[in-house]
Design a protein around this ligand. Structure first.
Ligand code: NAD
Ligand code: ZN
Ligand code: ZN
Length: 391
């Protein structure tokens, strides 16, 4: 089959690889009908997250049709079922899965010794996302093996196009969880850094959850326009002072809730000197992340507020203002998304027409054009916000 394969830093190719097969009774194989490129894939593209090996198949936003099921799938899935595959591989049985903490499932990371060392504890297995999370082949491919398939799936009805359902795999529940973690009150201002696909979903979610005001921050005009269309007031951090504008828009109080939809690769700019220092430290392996947004959020958040961090960080972040964080009594909530915790609610909202997540798609191309689209999405060329690939 054809698949997008990681060969090294900034080197992803569309290769012919062996078709996946059932390896365990709980496996299923799907024929992929749509998959997408995520901002998290860019961290792997740049080789910022350790544990990728040449030959690894990329991709964790995938949906398709079940073509084969193992004997242990136990009637939960059958040939012909249409499923979206959550990016977190879950067993459905462990203590964490029972609590709904699916992204820290205690069973599915088959390389837990690596993650135990890096993070203190292993987290769930993830598709197409480094050997720290199990080294499972991803879904930017014609076929995907879904381990623990009896639990790791979202069954979706016919009649709704792939484009409206695909993002149940990751970015829609990710934006949603980021907003839910803010415990939004009707009087709250929610400030959201980053208007990429995750930021766009967080903006819509914060509005659906009843925020009084949503403020979105980025520097890319087409992404800011999309944020505005979703109901946000926008700040362009290249031409305006984020701190001053946020104070102005909140009568000097600061936003009650702040969401980081940027993560470890905050833009490096001469006007933001801390980002230059982070970049220099990254180059000599003294720091793994560029946490400019975390610093800004801690500084500007209203005392007693909540900071929600769906943006991915990989290791060590320097110069976080713990003094401000502690003395202002802030709370931070974060995590890879517990996808299946939100599925029933979000699928229902799509079916009822409350939200159509396909608004974010700007590019739909054949899988073969994947390698080129990694560059376009990374460089934000051609007003690219979200790429869907069709195998
Ligand atoms: N927690 C999860 O489960 C989960 C799931 C999916 C994605 N993510 C993470 O979410 C983050 C965003 O993903 P995406 O797909 O939207 O990526 P993206 O790269 O398309 O978007 C990031 C956006 O941040 C903007 N940005 C950069 N520096 C900024 C700054 N200083 N202030 C404000 N905006 C800034 C960029 O211009 C860009 O539009 C990534 O870190 C990704 O890994 C996490
Ligand atoms: Zn993702
Ligand atoms: Zn589990």
């Amino acid at each position: 089959m054809k698949a997008l394969v990681w060969h090294g830093k900034e080197d992803i190719r569309c290769d012919t690889v062996t078709d996946p097969e059932i390896q365990d009774p709980r496996d299923a194989i799907i024929k992929v009908t749509s998959c997408a490129i995520c901002g998290s894939d860019l961290h792997l593209f740049h080789n910022f997250i350790p544990g990728m090996l040449p030959g690894d198949i990329m991709g964790h936003e995938t949906m398709g049709e079940v073509v084969e099921v193992g004997s242990g799938v136990d009637g939960k899935l059958k040939k012909g079922d249409r499923i979206v595959v959550p990016f977190t591989i879950i067993c459905g049985e462990c203590d964490q899965c029972k609590r709904g903490n699916f992204s820290v499932c205690e069973t599915t990371n088959r390389k837990r010794h690596l993650a135990d060392k890096a993070f203190g504890h292993a987290t769930a297995g993830l598709f197409g996302y480094t050997h720290l999370t199990g080294g499972y082949p991803g879904g930017q491919a014609e076929y995907l093996r879904v381990p623990y398939a009896d639990a790791t799936h979202i069954k979706v009805p016919p009649g709704i196009p792939d484009e409206q359902l695909l993002f149940l795999s990751d970015i829609f529940p990710t934006g949603w969880q980021a907003a839910v973690q803010c415990d939004i009150e009707p009087t709250d201002t929610v400030a959201i850094w980053g208007c990429g696909p995750v930021g766009q979903m967080a903006i819509r979610s914060a509005i659906l959850l009843g925020a009084n005001q949503v403020i979105a921050i980025d520097c890319l005009p087409e992404r800011l326009s999309m944020a505005e269309a979703g109901g946000a007031t926008t700040i362009n951090f290249e031409t305006e002072s984020v701190l001053e504008r946020l104070k102005e828009l909140t009568d000097g109080k600061g936003p009650e809730k702040c969401i980081d939809c940027v993560g470890m690769e905050s833009h490096v700019m001469a006007s933001l000197p801390d980002t230059l220092l982070d970049r220099a430290k990254q180059m000599v392996m003294l720091e793994s992340d560029r946490p400019h947004v975390l610093r800004e959020m801690i500084y500007v958040c209203r005392p007693g507020g909540i900071i929600s961090v769906p943006g991915v960080y990989s290791g060590l972040s320097d110069m976080l203002p713990m003094g401000a964080f502690m003395n202002k009594g802030l709370t931070m909530r974060t995590g890879q998304t517990h996808v299946n915790r939100w599925t029933d609610d979000l699928l229902c909202r799509i079916e009822e027409g409350e939200i159509d997540p396909s608004f974010v798609i700007t590019h739909t191309v054949p899988l073969e054009q994947g390698p080129e689209m990694y560059q376009v999405f990374r460089d934000k060329r051609d007003s690219c916000v979200k790429v869907v690939l069709k195998p």
